[in-house]
Design a protein around this ligand. Structure first.
Ligand code: NDP
Length: 478
């Protein structure tokens, strides 16, 4: 018999995706560079469904029904290029290569073009949810031709996570790199969320004086409301965990140097190129980077900080409520920035990404899954041309209601010397966006002064330059 789909690259992600396809009734061809992984999978999981093990690339391709569909789940970067080249040589026009690795969207654009020129479909697919998601239902973000998506759709829908309303968490995001682009922004938003949660924890610990257990309890309570999300849920789990060896709170025995694999950095690099402000994601990436600079931190540990008294228990409780407001308002701002970035990328590359559909497929399966995403889906469903989430009536009302507490929390953090780059960058973004006038007019004056860069006026069309070194009269620069 022939296989409906094949998976090559059977490390944690590929193995679990292959099992997910098989558990959903598909016959799955298996291949891996090191043959023992293929054999292990068949030995351990053949009772879950129907697998065809292939030892060589040729056997693997021969096992697939036509048009052939094969998922590549190997290390991102050069290994992915090597594997694509190896298989492309064995495929025929109309066959579909799916790259489920964490590729940079620019690589996906390049690969899609190269495969299209050979008559092959290339579907660069973001997959979120880690190892567990791959097995039980990830959020799947495919980019590529509509024709290729149509041929994959039933399979992707059956293995994807299901949103609370039963909808599969996958959609045709857009052409070529669109899927990997939104996966990148997803990870950027994930960085920002984690940073904001970290700041909330820091404030509850050092300003409110709460223990990790008490903070876990607070997060559990928040998780029953509008902040209900996977990340808040696991935060409570991590905070209530005690270290087996020392009996100390786990969070106190772990080195406070955060690591990163690069997707947050890609998001910020791309945002800079697109000229779209994603300050929340940028602050999150920089905060991780700062935490890892042990040298700078130890050389700065003598620096003076404020003398601020800890809050009384009553004040602490009120403050915790305010932190929830600040966290929620910052989260709305951060997601608005993420969606602005999706919209910029979509415009830049002509992808026509449906912003509501992206929110819909992040409702389950992925790391940022949350009740909140259904609200974003609804905001765009009501108004697909919404220029930004902050323009949505519902979110602007909620953020307006939260802004007083948000300011109190940022001010209190500053007074206590607790760094809140995420909360304060979000608030600065909010205040900048709602300002009638920004000091950018002064910046334009400075640029015109030292570089004759010209400026526009509020009262007349055209470009102008002032003769700063002369009689300071104004010239039309058009
Ligand atoms: P790894 O990224 O650790 O990659 C290991 C796999 O790549 C093995 O099957 C390995 O084969 C294969 N491989 C490496 N180099 C080559 C090569 N030159 N030629 C052929 N095969 C090669 O595996 P993961 O399962 O963690 O991830 C797979 C992909 O999914 C990656 O792109 C990753 O970024 C992405 N991803 C991972 C997530 C996760 O949570 N881990 C989440 C979402 C996406 P061999 O066994 O022979 O060494």
């Amino acid at each position: 018999s022939s296989a409906h789909i094949g998976v090559t690259g059977l490390a944690v992600m590929g193995r679990n995706l292959a099992r997910n396809f098989a558990r959903n009734g598909y016959t799955v061809a298996l291949h891996n560079r090191t043959v023992s992984r293929t054999r292990d999978l068949v030995r351990d999981f053949s009772d879950e469904g129907s697998f065809i093990a292939a030892e060589t690339a040729e056997e693997f391709v021969a096992a697939l029904e036509r048009p052939r569909r094969l998922v590549i789940m190997v290390k991102a970067g050069a290994p992915t290029d090597a594997v694509i080249d190896e298989f492309a040589a064995l495929l025929e026009p109309g066959d579909v290569i799916i790259d489920g690795g964490n590729a940079h969207y620019a690589d996906t654009r390049r690969r899609e073009k190269a495969m299209r020129e050979r008559g092959l479909h290339f579907v660069g697919t973001g997959i979120s949810g880690g190892e567990e998601g791959a097995l039980h239902g990830p959020s799947i973000m495919p980019g590529g031709s509509a024709e290729a998506y149509d041929s994959l759709r039933p399979m992707l829908e059956s293995i994807a996570a299901k949103a609370p309303d039963g909808t599969p968490c996958t959609t045709h995001v857009g052409p070529d790199g669109a899927g990997h682009f939104v996966k990148m922004v997803h990870n950027g938003i994930e960085y920002a969320d984690m940073q904001l949660i970290g700041e909330a924890y820091h404030l509850l610990r050092d300003v409110a004086g709460y223990s990790p257990d008490r903070i876990a309890e607070t997060f559990r309570e928040w998780n029953t409301g509008r902040l209900d999300s996977y990340l808040i849920e696991i935060t409570a789990e991590v905070l209530s965990h005690s270290d087996g060896a020392t009996g100390q709170p786990f969070v106190d025995v772990v080195a406070d140097e955060a690591e990163q694999k690069g997707t947050g950095r890609w998001t910020v690099q791309t945002a800079l190129d697109l000229g779209v402000p994603v300050s929340g994601i940028a602050e999150a990436v920089f905060a991780r980077s700062l935490s890892g600079h042990a040298d700078l931190r130890s050389a700065s540990s003598h620096l003076a900080g404020p003398a601020a008294a800890a809050l009384s228990p009553d004040d602490a409780e009120r403050f915790a409520g305010q932190v929830e407001q600040a966290l929620y308002a910052s989260k709305i701002t951060s997601y608005a920035q993420g969606w602005n970035m999706i919209s910029s990328g979509s415009q830049e590359y002509g992808w026509e990404i449906d912003p509501g559909a992206v929110a819909a497929i992040w409702r389950a399966g992925c790391i940022i899954r949350a009740v909140f995403l259904d609200r974003i889906r609804a905001a765009f469903a009501g108004r697909p041309d919404l220029p930004t989430l902050l323009a949505d009536e519902h979110f602007s009302k909620e953020i307006g209601d939260a802004q007083g507490d948000w300011r109190t929390v940022v001010a209190t953090a500053v007074q206590h010397g607790i760094p809140v780059p995420g909360f304060s960058a979000a608030l600065a973004s909010y205040d900048s966006l709602r300002s009638a006038r920004l000091p950018a007019s002064l910046t334009q004056g400075q640029r015109d002064f030292f570089g004759a860069h010209t400026y526009r006026r509020t009262d007349r069309d055209g470009s102008f330059h002032t003769l700063w070194g002369g009689d300071r009269s104004e010239l039309s620069a058009d």
